[in-house]
Design a protein around this ligand. Structure first.
Ligand SMILES: Nc1nc2c(c(=O)[nH]1)N[C@H]1C(S)=C(S)[C@@H](COP(=O)(O)O)O[C@H]1N2
Ligand SMILES: [Mo]
Length: 309
């Protein structure tokens, strides 16, 4: 085979490659359009009245509503990232009750209407950093958990707060199997719960929460890994001892009680130094306490955060 033939072969190969690439690129361009007309069309939801917060909100670009509602962790609706969107209507939210009880002076039961009408709502634009090393910026609507604490008045022996999600084995596809020890549970130390950054969220992008984001009410703790931000809350209890947390119970060496975002403490199976903002190509550095250090540093004075991860 002489040089000429070789070159000719190259030309052929390159032409075939080129055509194939064109085909692939064409399909990549057309697919999102097909999807956007059905899979991603969000039904319009009740609009909320709110003030815009500037004290705690980031001015980083927010992720799109499509990104925020189509890439989720919500194991009650399935363990794949698109399952919560695809199974969203299996979450039954009618006649929702949120019970606040335990070591408090005045226990309280709120329904979904109370949550959006009894509290002055504000928009808080927060980063959400998942333990899986991706992140988003979300314009949440809600109010500080502290506002509920001011009403129920925790007793002096209340040292922790326990949170519980919906249990509905009949309708929730993820609860038909014991992929986690249901119901999903989370916990905070009481000073973390009372911190002004800790939010009870009832909406995002100006409307009530989409089911896949934890309708009708969820917690947001922006300096901790996303799994602490428990969705579809039915109970908040003030307790004396450190409460059980679902992921900590599942794998205590991987997920600690505190779970503060910390680039210096690796997950046993991957680094936490970098993260990918959904929609970005390049990774970015993960910040201590997810960038909220100046607000929450003092909560952890004299604590070894490598030990209390
Ligand atoms: N009840 C419940 N809450 C949950 C989860 C869950 O599976 N069940 N997943 C957590 C995880 S791992 C993350 S990253 C966030 C994701 O919130 P988002 O889907 O609104 O972005 O929800 C958290 N809250
Ligand atoms: Mo997460």
């Amino acid at each position: 085979m002489n040089k000429y033939n070789l070159d000719k072969e190259h030309q052929i190969t390159n032409k075939t490659l080129f055509d194939n690439r064109r085909k692939i690129m064409k399909s990549m361009i057309s697919l999102p359009f097909i999807f956007s007309s059905n899979l991603f069309s969000m039904p319009s939801r009740q609009k909320l009245k709110f003030n815009k917060d500037i004290e705690y909100s980031t001015n980083e670009e927010t992720n799109t509503i499509k990104q925020i509602t189509s890439y989720n962790n919500f194991y009650e609706l399935g363990s794949g990232k698109r399952d919560p969107m695809l199974n969203a209507n299996m979450l039954q939210t009618n006649n929702w009750k949120l019970t606040i009880d335990g070591l408090v002076e005045k226990p309280l039961v709120l329904d979904a209407d109370d949550l959006i009408k009894k509290f002055q709502l504000e928009e808080r634009i927060y980063r959400l950093r998942c333990v899986e090393a991706w992140s988003m910026v979300v314009p949440w609507i809600g109010f500080e958990l502290k506002r509920i604490m001011d009403i129920v008045k925790p007793l002096s022996n209340a040292k922790y707060v326990a949170f519980q999600s919906i249990l509905d084995r009949e309708h929730l596809p993820g609860q038909k199997r014991n992929i986690l020890n249901w119901p999903y549970q989370e916990g905070l130390r009481i000073d973390e719960a009372a911190h002004p950054l800790t939010l009870i969220s009832v909406g995002l992008y100006g409307q009530v929460l989409p089911n896949q984001n934890g309708s009708p009410v969820r917690l947001i703790v922006p300096w901790k890994y996303g799994f602490k931000s428990i969705k579809s809350l039915v109970k908040i209890s003030f307790v004396e001892k450190e409460p059980i947390c679902t992921w900590n119970e599942e794998a205590p060496n991987e997920y600690g009680f505190y779970s503060n975002v910390n680039p210096h403490v690796a997950h046993p199976r991957w680094s936490q130094k970098r993260e990918r903002r959904i929609g970005d190509f390049r990774k970015r550095d993960t910040l201590m306490f997810n960038g909220y250090s100046k607000f929450v540093n003092n909560l952890y004075d004299n604590m070894d955060l490598k030990k209390h991860f």
